[in-house]
Structures are given as structure tokens and as C-alpha cells.
Ligand binder design. Structure first.
Ligand SMILES: Cc1cc2nc3c(=O)[nH]c(=O)nc-3n(C[C@H](O)[C@H](O)[C@H](O)COP(=O)(O)OP(=O)(O)OC[C@H]3O[C@@H](n4cnc5c(N)ncnc54)[C@H](O)[C@@H]3O)c2cc1C
Length: 500
């Protein structure tokens, strides 16, 4: 059945105020839709998406990589380039706003995006195929001058015109490999950097509110417990929230991040909930260690992928935050957590991967796997010995949704004209906060005219062959229950102590 046409007054419900839900709400409101309500179980008005105050979504974080390097996936490269232009505008808008006009959690001195650059460094002296394809596609868009291949004589001739006061030396070789006589190869992308995810969500929510979007937040009134279905059960007509109320919609957009399969288990063949691991190092107070604060500042230290983007142990990291936190992530294995789940639509039982976050399904001590900690420690020992002296101060499992081909899933649910899924961020969705909703509106308004992006994100199946690990299911090696968790003694770099 063809999806019904919405009017600008149609009630639209968005479940989830992470970056997928916020961006959808923002662009729908900009397109003139006046009946948009976003429901989220988390009290973002109170915690301003701050993880230290209990925010627990993939989109709540200190920093996420902003890059346009996407190998052969030129649609994402173009989308990222568009996003960068809006990230720049958002920075200017925040900085020119009077403090009293900004929402809680933002000040005029804040920047939601930092263009500190991104070094994708190889440890074997070679540029990977991914890098070569990326360079080709960036050249194709006329942007080659924004990229610097380390060791390339032509690119290094341009260095003095672009970098001043030793910035190139610091950012192209943050691990001091030349000094140690080690190979140094890689690409430094001057268009890239990191975004402050929590502050960016706070800003996007503020923009939505200015355009009339309503937010219902919190465990009772904001938490969706089930869906209202048409008598035949084929069309979604709205939601029920934990406070027992019903809310009707003409279109429901399910943007519940890692909880999407939990709320809609039939999507499991297309999308799996998985966890990436991050650890934090806390620098000593600036007055005690000014050298470390200087060394790891975004002015001196880039976002990096150690060993390359598609090679190595899957380790990447960031410059320090304003609070002196240095975050390092591990993507070598994305863990799953299989549980029995009752479908809130049909009541049928499904065995699917669901999040197991710091606060959900119940509060727990933060813990990451020994595999992740050991991989990060090996890179820190080799490349960042200053951090080894500090030891790991904290950790987090960040849960998200992987689609079977790492492209997002943004489409109407086949056979249900009342519901659309907007998820499947696959570990790279955040950077698109400023533009994702633009595509969502096109997908809603022009279902018959799918552009390249709508085709990438459409409902799909792949019955055979590798499916980004989804084919492993519960029996696979990434199952959370099979992992050994790191203990606090694993957080130290004192090997003798760790063996005790
Ligand atoms: C470790 C890690 C590293 C990453 N690194 C990067 C990176 O460097 N660059 C990048 O671009 N992206 C990165 N990503 C990916 C990015 O964070 C995600 O793609 C993106 O944040 C997903 O946003 P979302 O809106 O889909 O989900 P979320 O941000 O998780 O939001 C989902 C929302 O739905 C709400 N919700 C869930 N259930 C209900 C319910 N029943 N009722 C009401 N509300 C509900 C939740 O409370 C939550 O607020 C990373 C992700 C992780 C985990």
C-alpha cells in the first residue's frame, strides 16, 4: 500500500531524542510540520545530555569523530561535507547568542564542533586501499587540497602555507614516531575533527523548540511502552507511554537508537544492537601538569585512528576535553547482548540483542571487556606512555545499532503506513546530526522518488553471505556473556600489579 500523504498539521510522533530523532524533528519543523512531538524516556531537560549526569544514549558523549573520509561511500562523504558547513554555522550561532538565550548546558564560549583535524595513521608504512579510494573521491569533489598525505613530497610542499608554528609536526606525528625511527604513513584530513555530542544535542533540541517541536521527557510520560495498532493490526496509530496514556499519530518515527530492536523486534534481521568500548584517562590538574594539557589540547593533538581506519586493532582517540579527559575507543569487536524480548506490538517472544548500558535495564558499575582494555593498553604503551603513567580512570560501553551493511535504516516499515524506522547508525551516525533530517523529510515526502541516499537507507534484506556480523547471532564470539570483563587492576599499567 502506498504511504498516505501527511498534511502539515498531521500529528507526528518521534520516539527518541538522540541525534536521529532530533535531526528528523528539526527538518520536519523547518519544512512546516506543526504537530511534531518527541518522546524520550531520559530527562534531557535536567541532565543536558551529560553522561556524567546520567544521560545514557549513544548520542550523549564528550566527543565523536567528524570526518568526510568514507572510502568508496561517496554519498556519506558528500553528506558529511554538507554537515561540516552547518556545524560551522552552529558554532557561530552559539557564540553570538546572549547567555540568557541559550539552553541549560550551553554557554556562548562553547563550540559544538572543533576542526582540529584527523590523522589516520598506518603503522606499516603503507596507505590502505580505503585511504587511496578516499583520496580519489575527495579529489573528485575538488577538495584534494584539504588532505595532506604524510611523506608525500607534493603535499609537504604545501605544509608551510597551511600550518604555522610547528602544528604540522605535532599533528602529523602525535606519537613521535619519527623521533623513534619508526615508519610514519597516513593521511591528515584538515576538514575533520570532533563534535561535542552532548552539547550538540542540547543545541539541536533548542533549535527544535524554537520551531515549535514539543518534547515529552522522562521515565513516565516520555517512555514508550507499546504501540497502538489498527483493528486489523497492520497500521501503527500511535503510542502508549509508561504513565498509561495514549497518543495518536499519523506517522510514528521510531528513532530509539540501540533500543529500536527492543521496541520493534521484527527489525532484527536488518539491525543488531551492539556495544563499542571506550576508556578515559584523566589528566592531573592543569597547574600540576601544564605540559600534558598543552600536548593533548585540540590545538596540538588531532583526532586519530591508530593503524588506519580499516586496519589495526580498531583503536582511535581524541584530544583532551576542557576537563582534561582523554578518551580512547576500541572498535575491534562490537559486543552483543541476547535476551528474550516480548514484541510490544504482537506479544510474540523474540531472542534479540538489547542494550546493557550503565543505567538500563538497571544501574550497574561501568565495565568494559578485558579484550578492549588490553587492545587499548597495548597502543598506549607503544604510543602514549604519558597516559600509561596515569592509568585508566573510567570506561563506558556505548550501545548503538549496526545494520547489516553499516548504512542507516530510514524508511517506512513495509506494510505499515503509520510507522517509519530511523536508526541503524552503525557507529558513524552522529556527525550527520545537522543534515540527516533533511534526507528524512525527502524520504517522507517523496516515497516514489528515491535518491541515492534514500536507496542506501531503504528497507532491505540480505539472506546469504556476510551481514556485518549479524549472521553470527547469539552463538557468535562477540556475545557479551562470553566475555571476560576487565577488573580495576586491569586498568593500571603496572604489569606486576595486574598479575596479582
Ligand atoms: C562507542 C561509540 C562511538 C561512536 N563514534 C562515533 C563517531 O566517532 N562519529 C560518529 O559520527 N558517530 C559515532 N557513533 C555513532 C553515533 O553515536 C550513533 O550513530 C548515534 O548517536 C545514534 O543516534 P540515535 O539517535 O540513533 O540513538 P541514541 O542516541 O541512542 O538515541 C536513542 C534515544 O531513544 C530513547 N529511547 C529508547 N527507548 C525509548 C522508549 N521506550 N521510549 C522513549 N524513548 C526511548 C533513548 O533514551 C535515547 O535518547 C559512535 C557510537 C558509539 C556507541
Amino acid at each position: 500500500m502506498a504511504p498516505s500523504i501527511l498534511s502539515k498539521q498531521s500529528p507526528i510522533i518521534i520516539v527518541g531524542a538522540g541525534c536521529f530523532g532530533l535531526s528528523s524533528a528539526l527538518y520536519l519543523a523547518q519544512a512546516g510540520y506543526v504537530g511534531i512531538t518527541v518522546y524520550d524516556k531520559q530527562p534531557y531537560d535536567e541532565n543536558a545530555y551529560s553522561t556524567t549526569d546520567g544521560a545514557d544514549a549513544a548520542s550523549a558523549d564528550f566527543n565523536k569523530v567528524m570526518r568526510m573520509s568514507y572510502g568508496e561511500e561517496i554519498e556519506y562523504q558528500r553528506l558529511a561535507w554538507d554537515a561540516i558547513q552547518i556545524w560551522n554555522v552552529w558554532n557561530k550561532q552559539i557564540q553570538s547568542s546572549p547567555a540568557q538565550d541559550l539552553p541549560r548546558g550551553l554557554e556562548p564560549s562553547d563550540r559544538v564542533w572543533n576542526n582540529c583535524g584527523f590523522l589516520r595513521m598506518s603503522t606499516d608504512g603503507q596507505l590502505s586501499q580505503f585511504e587511496q579510494t578516499t583520496l580519489r573521491n575527495i579529489t573528485r569533489e575538488g577538495l584534494r587540497s584539504t588532505q595532506f598525505v604524510v611523506g608525500d613530497p607534493e603535499d609537504e610542499k604545501r605544509v608551510p602555507f597551511y600550518f604555522k608554528d610547528g602544528e604540522w609536526e605535532r599533528k602529523s606525528d602525535p606519537f613521535l614516531r619519527k623521533l623513534q625511527g619508526k615508519s610514519l604513513a597516513g593521511v591528515f584530513d584538515t576538514t575533520a575533527g570532533f563534535v561535542d555530542a552532548s552539547k550538540a544535542c542540547t543545541w539541536a533540541m533548542h533549535l527544535c523548540r524554537q520551531l515549535g517541536v514539543s518534547f515529552v521527557l522522562g521515565e513516565e510520560s516520555g517512555q514508550v511502552s507499546s504501540f497502538i495498532r489498527s483493528p486489523g493490526g497492520h497500521t501503527t496509530l500511535g503510542i502508549r507511554t509508561a504513565d498509561g496514556k495514549e497518543h495518536r499519530s499519523e506517522l510514528l518515527i521510531l528513532a530509539a537508537g540501540p533500543w529500536t530492536p527492543y521496541l520493534f523486534p521484527s527489525i532484527a534481521p536488518l539491525m543488531e544492537t551492539t556495544a563499542g568500548s571506550v576508556v578515559y584517562f584523566q589528566l592531573p590538574p592543569q597547574s600540576e601538569a601544564p605540559y600534558l594539557w598543552e600536548r593533548f589540547s585540540p590545538e596540538n593533538f588531532p583526532v586519530y585512528a591508530y593503524g588506519g581506519w580499516t586496519k589495526g586493532l580498531g583503536i582511535g582517540g581524541f584530544p583532551r576535553t576542557e576537563d582534561g579527559v582523554v578518551k580512547i575507543g576500541y572498535r575491534g569487536a562490537k559486543y552483543t547482548n541476547y535476551e528474550d524480548v516480548a514484541d510490544p506490538m504482537t506479544g510474540a517472544r523474540h531472542r534479540i540483542s538489547v542494550p546493557k548500558t550503565r543505567y538500563w535495564p538497571e544501574p550497574s558499575e561501568p565495565a568494559v571487556t578485558k579484550q578492549a582494555v588490553e587492545a587499548i593498553k597495548s597502543v598506549v604503551r607503544e604510543a602514549l606512555p604519558e597516559l600509561a603513567e596515569l592509568g585508566i580512570a573510567g570506561c563506558r560501553n556505548c550501545w548503538y545499532t549496526d545494520s547489516l551493511d553499516t548504512s542507516f535504516v530510514i524508511d517506512r516499515v513495509p506494510g505499515d503506513e503509520g510507522m517509519m524506522v530511523c536508526s541503524g547508525g552503525s557507529g558513524h551516525g552522529f556527525k550527520f546530526l545537522p543534515v540527516l533530517g533533511r534526507e528524512v523529510v525527502k524520504i517522507i515526502e517523496k516515497p516514489g522518488e528515491k535518491n541515492a541516499i534514500a536507496r542506501l537507507w531503504q528497507w532491505r534484506t540480505r539472506s546469504s553471505g556476510p551481514r556485518n556480523g549479524l549472521e553470527q547471532g547469539e552463538a557468535g564470539p562477540r556475545n557479551w556473556k562470553k566475555q571476560e570483563m576487565a577488573t580495576k587492576s586491569d586498568w593500571t599499567f603496572d604489569d606486576n600489579k595486574a598479575k596479582l
